[in-house]
Design a protein around this ligand. Structure first.
Ligand code: FAD
Length: 377
């Protein structure tokens, strides 16, 4: 019996698996496809990322360094208000490469990683969990913990003391363990053009309902266009209009959900959720790479797979660390729905040099930053 079966080898799952294995836990990490595929993320992150990655990650992954953002109330062609810093604020990285590096680091720490294993069902009881999977033929078939094997697509069942749902916004573990859903799931879309102009500013257009559209220069990797919108909106149509207004051609469109607003509980009897499965994301950008790995570290430190009572310590730890940031982030997002004249006046008044951390809305409300904003208005 494993200590943990971790479902999903994204950033949160691979980080948890690695940290748990480093503390001596016996960890099985199941990924339904190939690690990192399909891509549905910009990989725009703060410098905090590098605290979670193995040595050499920055050199291997970096595509561009970003110094600020132009905020537009209107679409392409409208005047933007510039927020900037005299040095790098954030990084654009190879997102598929990130998943591969994190999964390799987990494997190096002793994690049993299996790709092509899609989790279908989870049963929790007093002793542990039973996790049922379907395996791809391409992965060599299933070898379950009873020792069975096959070269055909097949099913298998793994047993562990606990299951960790790191399986993203549409989480099978969350559903199977009867855990509550996030408050909201946005539809995210992105695509790339081949423009490689040297630039170190992103463009943010407050044109998508209650969210925004973006343009990210990715150095030699081209330029990314993206958008997120609430359910009920026609995100594809909004995206087509956005790229047409820029007058560019993009390649294949990648899509994914962005969960916002964590549920009241992310732990069950012998189950816990981390990352997007727990909606541990920034409500004002949808970014969840750093928050998910932050929560993963809390879980690996606090949860003892032999003691279900330790799950409460994980709930307390991640909420103590992230819930104020998430609450303030939700307040910032409300500004995206203000009437346009107010948005224009606010952006004009506040634009200029800023000293804020992109993962920490508390830094927007720091005394120094508020004083700087007041001195401009
Ligand atoms: C359009 C878009 C742009 C984004 N841009 C950014 C950004 O710039 N910066 C940022 O920080 N965040 C961004 N995000 C959010 C970011 O992608 C997520 O917060 C992050 O990927 C969450 O990591 P995770 O490990 O929790 O989940 P995921 O990365 O979703 O990983 C979950 C893994 O679980 C696997 N899985 C799912 N179900 C099963 C199953 N049943 N069995 C086995 N495996 C399963 C999946 O294949 C996947 O590999 C963006 C999201 C979208 C949609």
């Amino acid at each position: 019996m494993y200590d943990f079966v971790v479902v999903g080898a994204g950033p949160a799952g691979s980080r948890f698996a690695r940290r748990a294995a480093e503390t001596g836990r016996d960890v099985l990490l199941l990924e339904r496809g190939d690690v990192g595929e399909p891509l549905a993320c910009s990989g725009h992150v703060s410098a905090d990322l590098w605290a979670f990655t193995p040595p050499g990650a920055r050199e291997a992954l970096l595509e561009n360094e970003i110094r600020g953002a132009n905020f537009h109330v209107g679409g392409p062609g409208s005047k933007g208000e510039r927020f900037y810093r005299d040095r790098t604020i954030s990084y654009v990285i190879d997102r598929v490469g990130l998943d591969v590096l994190l999964a390799d680091a987990a494997r190096d720490a002793g994690v049993d990683l299996r790709e092509g294993h899609s989790v279908l069902a989870v049963e929790e009881d007093q002793e542990g969990v039973a996790v049922s999977v379907r395996t791809d033929a391409s992965d060599g078939g299933g070898t379950d913990d009873a020792g069975g094997s096959s070269t055909e697509p097949t099913t298998a069942t793994f047993h562990a003391r606990m299951v960790v749902g790191a399986d993203g916004p549409v989480s099978t573990v969350r559903r199977e363990c009867g855990l509550p859903e996030p408050g909201e799931k946005l539809q995210g879309l992105l695509a790339f053009s081949t423009e490689t102009e040297p630039a170190d500013f992103v463009d943010v257009h407050l044109t998508a309902p209650s969210f925004f559209a973006w343009r990210i220069p990715r150095g030699e990797a081209g330029t990314e266009y993206g958008l997120a919108a609430p359910p009920g909106e026609n995100a594809n149509e909004l995206f087509d209009r956005f790229t047409a207004d820029y007058g560019i051609e993009v390649g294949e469109v990648c899509a994914g959900m962005i969960p916002i607003d964590p549920p009241s509980r992310v732990t069950g009897h012998r189950s816990l959720l981390i990352g997007d499965a727990a909606a541990q994301t920034k409500p004002f950008t949808g970014g969840g790479i750093v928050y998910g790995m932050t929560a993963a570290d809390h879980a690996a430190r606090e949860v003892d797979p032999r003691d279900p009572d330790s799950l409460a310590a994980y709930e307390r730890a991640w909420r103590a660390d992230l819930s104020t940031e998430i609450r303030l982030g939700a307040w910032i997002r409300r500004a995206y729905s203000l009437p346009e004249p107010l948005q224009r006046a606010g952006l004009r008044a506040l634009s200029g040099e800023i000293d804020v951390h992109m993962d920490k809305p508390t830094s927007v409300f720091s005394t120094d930053q508020l004083r700087a904003f007041l001195s401009r208005s």
